[in-house]
Each structure stands twice: as structure tokens, then as C-alpha cells.
Design a protein around this ligand. Structure first.
Ligand SMILES: Cc1cc2nc3c(=O)[nH]c(=O)nc-3n(C[C@H](O)[C@H](O)[C@H](O)COP(=O)(O)O)c2cc1C
Ligand SMILES: CCCCC(=O)C(=O)O
Length: 325
């Protein structure tokens, strides 16, 4: 993913008044201080004893949106009552649909503002480090009293065994109708990598799309998500917001994704690294660094506000090839 970002150049404009830089923007009508969101990642207590509560407090302090993972260590309610961060809820659909439905309804009751359906994981990818290390299956507090997450297998990845036992691999497009029938919240689909799927997502009436390859944790040889962002944006034609994740490590990465049409980026691993290093403060530092770098990138590119960042501020490999024809 890093090399895919490296292949995109920034084309700055000079002599623009950049004495004030405004990074603020909105997603689904919610204001945020910068077009940066926290991606859903599971089990934050593996990184820090305060888990997602610390992450959410950092999101609130930075005034950005956090997406809580379905497989979080803290409950939907604990995170909701810990601070006033704007929160979306990421959903995995289980074979036990009633369990997923209950989680959606708890999220809705507790003030989460959107459902992010992760659609790239009918099964878990083959994660060889997890197999080698005999990764443990999560104890999911959200599911206490609803479903046992104990997996009895003493070899390989228990995470994988757990996912196979619970995730519903028959989930398909028509099930968006089921999801609509159980919630009033906007529904976004995470894991879109092709224009065909972007068009299908709009046909079934989703409220947004997240271009993502799940941090390259699912299928090998899928493209870096930044390399397909533009074609998805073209297919969507502004009808719904397109968000982006995968490999955002620098302010310039955020700038490039915005130039190619993303409304905001989501950040996964850097947030967990900050959390593991220094809890809430560590997450806030990571977000502040990404914001500071974006602010400087905007100033040096001649973009005083997010809407000033346009397609002509970047040059992709395809642009270079086309200019030679
Ligand atoms: C440790 C880890 C756990 C993750 N857990 C989830 C999850 O529970 N649900 C989900 O939709 N995506 C999950 N993801 C994928 C992220 O939401 C996101 O797509 C990806 O990490 C973005 O790339 P980045 O880490 O390069 O920023 C996870 C990623 C990581 C690294
Ligand atoms: C079974 C939990 C899967 C969480 C996830 O999405 C990931 O680890 O990438």
C-alpha cells in the first residue's frame, strides 16, 4: 500500500493565500475537525487496558469520528457512556442473525450514528502468523449472555475457528434489505474494491461506501485500495459519500486520497500503535500528527480548505502514461 501511495505525485499550486487553513469537513452531516476517522479494529484491550474507551476519548478530544468494531473489547454501552465522541458501529453478520440484530439495535439506542457493514469477510483470510502463534479467540463482552465465543481447538488460529463458527458466509446483496428493516440508521458498506460492487451498493440503496481491502488482511493479491479509489469514485458519481482506508500513515496520504475523491480517510493500525504506546494520549498524538501533516500539505499545495483539494492536485501513474500517448 505504501508503494501505491508513493507512485502518486502531488501537484501544488503557488501564490495562493494560505494564511488560514481550514481542515474541517462533514461526513453524513456530522462535523469533524479534519477528514480523518478511526477505522474499526477489534480488541483494543490487547493494546491497552482501557481499550476502546481510551480510543473514543481521544476521538472526542480531537473532534473526529470513531468507528467501533463489532469485535470490540469494551461494550457498545461502555464506549457510549465514556465520552461524547461521534461514533459509528461496524457490523459483522452472524449466522445467528438475531445476535447481530441485537447489537445493531443496542448501537442505535446508544447514540451510534451509522452502521458500517463490513462486507469483505464471509470468512477470515489465511493469516499465517495467527496460525503459527495460535492466536486466541476473543472474549467478546458485547456478546455476554447472547452467544458463547469459546472455541475449543488447540491448534492453529482460534480467531479463525471463531470466525468460521459465527460469521455468516451466505450474506449477500439482498440482505441489505434485512439490515434496513432492523435499523433507521444510515448503512455504509466497507470493503468495496470494484466499480461493479459500487454500482450494486448504490442499487440496493446504501448511504455510503468505504473503499478498503481490510488492511490487506483478507485476500492476497487484491489491489492497494488507493489504486482503485478513483474508479469507485467515478462509478458513484457523487450520489453517496465515498470513504477510504488502507495505508494512511502521513498527511500527504490523506491529501492524495482526498484529491482522488474520498470524503475522508479512516486510519487503522496507527491508532492501535498509539493506543498500545500511551493509551488515550497516544491515540490523540497519532491523530494530531496526521492532522498537522495534512495542514502543512494543504498549505504547501495551495489548498486553504478541504473543498480546494481537487483531482488536479495529484498526478497518478495512469495520468503519466496517458500524457505520453
Ligand atoms: C488488528 C486489526 C483489526 C481489525 N479489525 C477489524 C474489524 O473488527 N472490523 C473491520 O471491519 N475491520 C477491521 N480491520 C480493518 C480496518 O478497519 C481497516 O480496514 C484497515 O486496518 C485499514 O488499514 P490501515 O491499518 O493500513 O490503516 C482490522 C485491522 C487490523 C489491523
Ligand atoms: C474475528 C474477528 C475479526 C476482526 C477483523 O476484522 C480483523 O482481525 O481483521
Amino acid at each position: 500500500m505504501w508503494t501505491a501511495f508513493c507512485r502518486i505525485q502531488i501537484q501544488p499550486r503557488i501564490l495562493v493565500d494560505v494564511s488560514k487553513i481550514d481542515m474541517s469537513t462533514t461526513v453524513l452531516g456530522y462535523n469533524m475537525s479534519a477528514p480523518i476517522m478511526i477505522a474499526p479494529t477489534s480488541l483494543h484491550k490487547l493494546g491497552h487496558s482501557e481499550g476502546e474507551v481510551a480510543t473514543a476519548r481521544a476521538a472526542a478530544a480531537c473532534n473526529i469520528i470513531m468507528v467501533l468494531s463489532f469485535t470490540s473489547s469494551c461494550t457498545v454501552e461502555e464506549v457510549a457512556s465514556s465520552c461524547n465522541a461521534i461514533r459509528f458501529f461496524q457490523l459483522y453478520v452472524y449466522k445467528r442473525r438475531d445476535v447481530s440484530a441485537q447489537l445493531v439495535q443496542r448501537a442505535e439506542r446508544n447514540g451510534y450514528k451509522a452502521i458500517i457493514l463490513t462486507a469483505d469477510s464471509p470468512r477470515l483470510g489465511r493469516r499465517e502468523a495467527d496460525i503459527k502463534n495460535r492466536m486466541i479467540a476473543p472474549k467478546l463482552k458485547n456478546l455476554e449472555g447472547l452467544l458463547s465465543t469459546e472455541v475449543v481447538s488447540d491448534e492453529g488460529s482460534n480467531l479463525e475457528a471463531y470466525a468460521s463458527a459465527t460469521f455468516d458466509p451466505s450474506l449477500c446483496w439482498k440482505d441489505i434489505g434485512w439490515l434496513r428493516s432492523i435499523t433507521k440508521l444510515p448503512i455504509l458498506i466497507k470493503g468495496v474494491l470494484t466499480c461493479e460492487d459500487a454500482i450494486k451498493a448504490m442499487e440496493v440503496g446504501v448511504d455510503g461506501i468505504i473503499v478498503s481491502n481490510h488492511g490487506a488482511r483478507q485476500l492476497d493479491y487484491v489491489p492497494a485500495s488507493i489504486s482503485v479509489l478513483e474508479e469507485v469514485v467515478h462509478a458513484v458519481r457523487g450520489k453517496v459519500p465515498v470513504l477510504f482506508d488502507g495505508g494512511v500513515r502521513r498527511g500527504t496520504d490523506t491529501f492524495k486520497a482526498l484529491s482522488l475523491g474520498a470524503q475522508a480517510v479512516l486510519v487503522g493500525r496507527p491508532v492501535i500503535y498509539g493506543l498500545a504506546a500511551k493509551g488515550e494520549y497516544g491515540v490523540k498524538r497519532v491523530i494530531d500528527m496526521l492532522k498537522d501533516e495534512l495542514e502543512l500539505s494543504m498549505a504547501l499545495s495551495g489548498c486553504p480548505s478541504v473543498k480546494d483539494i481537487t483531482r488536479s492536485h495529484v498526478r497518478t501513474e495512469r495520468d503519466r502514461v496517458q500524457s505520453m500517448l
